[in-house]
Design a protein around this ligand. Structure first.
Ligand code: PFF
Length: 455
């Protein structure tokens, strides 16, 4: 099968449309919900430093590679890998790289939707003034009431899945471009407001900067390094074909390098802002830094509960968080849906129903992990923890490793040079060295370290 000149699913209207959509995919629960809580669990500064190093040395080159493969293949990740492997006279088994991405996307969306559902529930709690004057204990118990109630969690999870699949059914490009144009800036503004509010906590703000940016390497375990690397993939939506499929809708002329730098800078900035907004509250209210997935739900209401107009701003914040999650979810399921459409020749709507229902059922595992299924554990992890660990810490970095190997070693230099079309030879060669040596070596070293082979 030869490479199609265009994706059958259409094309972005401009470079900015792509940058917005890819930033919409990258910025999500990962930045605002997950980054703060895993930073808290892993002791702060040293973890943040490793995460930033992974973004620069692994994330940026891998994102360029993934967009490049997508644009060259112009199909769902499975077909793209199959076509490109054939063109480069490599093994047809490369298509399994596409497969692992499709599966990872479904697994991630299953729990992502449950958390996004919790954020939806908080929109209503906030607007209705429930958080006014709330104490830290009160905030914890409001969260516990929600998390302990499977019926409510299922209701919100269902609603979120419907909204996500509704957009995917219409084709990713319709609607997404228009709404993201104002959502992204609004999210940044409200995060800045929260950071400004956090500066009022005085010494706690300084303490939190210290916590986030002053590395204490004694807290850095092998698992923490793996989480930092896994999170670099998760937060940039890499290693599973999401950015690849968005790359497949990219017009020929767009500069992949510039787009990548813009997307990763925006994503990193938003995560750091979220950290700076949340940790001062954690310290000022004597909360545990390692509160886990409930962290933002237990801290931010305290801030909103005590600021002027807090019910409104809190509601708005959670609305924006839901939108950020929604624009990421769309990209999580897009590889699976495009595969169904291209492979089974069924309509987009049907493909969405099939995938949506399947993912919804899988999401129940996460719903129950927060309440009566807390004790269903494998290797000491709840179903939610297990899904998260398996996808973010294993499947995405492994996907990234193989994407790097394909882009750096299997693809001819002339192919990647042509597709990336970077004007400066120094810049192109830096990318090539990173993707051939540094990115794969870093991923392999972290894996070996974790399984104890480097000890
Ligand atoms: N990057 C998203 C976030 O940080 O919330 C999550 C995500 C989206 C991961 C798409 C992977 C993906 F393919």
């Amino acid at each position: 099968m030869s490479r199609p000149a265009k994706s059958i699913h259409g094309q972005w209207t401009s470079r900015w449309a792509f940058i917005l959509a890819a930033t919409g995919s990258a910025v999500g629960l990962g930045n605002i919900w997950k980054f703060p809580y895993i930073t808290g669990e892993n002791g702060g500064g040293a973890f943040v430093l490793v995460y930033l190093a992974c973004i620069a040395a692994i994330g940026v080159p891998a994102m360029m590679a993934e967009i490049m493969l997508g644009r060259r293949g112009r199909q769902n990740p499975i077909y793209t890998m199959r076509t490109l492997a054939k063109e480069e006279k490599a093994s047809p088994y490369w298509k399994y790289l596409g497969w692992s991405g499709v599966v990872a996307g479904v697994l991630i969306l299953s729990y992502y939707s449950v958390i996004a559902g919790q954020a939806m529930a908080y929109v209503f709690r906030s607007f209705s003034g429930v958080f006014e004057g709330v104490t830290p204990d009160g905030a914890q118990s409001i969260y516990a009431t929600l998390a302990n109630d499977p019926e409510r969690l299922i209701t919100w999870h269902t609603l979120f899945m419907i909204v996500t699949m509704g957009v995917v059914a219409q084709g990713v490009k319709n609607g997404l471009e228009r709404s993201l144009k104002f959502l992204m800036p609004a999210l940044v503004v409200i995060l800045l407001m929260l950071v400004a509010y956090a500066t009022n906590t005085g010494t706690y703000f300084t303490q939190s900067l210290h916590f986030l940016f002053n590395p204490d390497f004694s807290k850095l375990t092998g698992q923490a390094i793996l989480s930092a690397m896994g999170h670099a993939f998760f937060t940039l939506s890499l290693g599973m074909g999401a950015i690849m499929i968005y790359g497949s809708y990219l017009p020929d002329k767009t500069s992949i390098a510039k787009a990548t730098l813009t997307i990763s800078a925006a994503d990193t900035m938003i995560a750091l802002l979220a950290g700076m907004a949340i940790f001062p509250l954690v310290f000022a209210n004597d909360l545990a830094t390692n509160a886990g997935p409930g962290l933002i739900f237990q801290t931010l209401p305290i801030a909103f509960g005590h600021m002027a107009g807090g019910a409104f701003f809190g509601g708005l914040f959670f609305v924006l968080l839901v939108f950020a999650a929604w624009s990421s979810s769309i990209s999580l399921i897009e590889p699976a849906v495009t595969w169904l459409v291209e492979n089974k020749k069924i309509s987009r709507i049907r493909a969405c129903v099939v995938m949506g229902v399947g993912t919804w059922f899988l999401g129940l595992l996460t719903v129950f992990s927060f309440n009566f299924g807390k004790t269903w554990t494998i290797f000491g992890k709840t179903m939610f923890d297990l899904l998260d660990y398996l996808t973010a810490n294993i499947m995405l970095p492994l996907g990234g490793l193989f994407i790097a190997i394909f882009a750096g070693w299997i693809m001819k230099q002339s192919s990647s040079e042509q597709e990336l079309a970077i004007k400066s030879p120094i810049f192109y060669h830096t990318w090539r060295i990173l993707i051939r040596y540094i990115t794969p070596a870093a991923i392999i070293i972290v894996f070996l370290e974790v399984i104890g082979l480097l000890a």
